[in-house]
Design a binder for this molecule. Sequence first.
Ligand code: IMP
Length: 197
Amino acid sequence: MTEIVVATRNQGKLREFRAVLGPENFKILSLDDIAFSGEIAEDGADYLENARKKSRSVAKACGKIVLADDSGIEIDALDGKPGVHSARFGGADLDSTARNEIVLKLLQSVQHPKRTARFRCVLSISLPDGRKYNCEGICEGHIAIRPKGKNGFGYDPIFLAAETGKTMAELGPEEKNRISHRAMALRKAVQECLMFF
Ligand code: IMP
């Protein structure tokens, strides 16, 4: 079984990585499993820069195949914001509920067809010998009028996924993993790269 370290401390993301890659016969290790205690600043100009920085630093430290993602939500009525700054939008110390409230307030005067948004996930895979690979997944949808659902994490309660008519937080894990930006990017990574290791 091929071991892959996933360079995240976000438990929601970790669960999704395990759910998609576990059945493909990969053993997923977390940063805690490899006792990586370093902090990697996500100060890159775009998703790829951040994802690559994370995967490269951890691969150098542990000598294993490392997968990192950088992701975010892009809201058209806010000119694509919060985008790469999604994790800290509105203030680094806010929780997801408060962050979602800020987004809903900013969109108060924006009516339905104009509430379009997408989740984007960029994955970077780094090997200890310096080889690297990246791919992207996108999930299109709309921002809801109010939060709904208890599953998932982050912006899931306010994101209506296009094909479902439900917020991401109303979907079960299997449904989210069928359509999400992260699952799409991961399936590409398996087919185009990880299955050859
Ligand atoms: P980062 O990739 O660690 O910089 O964090 C990206 C941020 O985007 C997360 O903290 C969430 O707020 C948001 N995000 C990314 N993917 C998802 C998702 O699948 N659901 C909800 N929020 C997400």
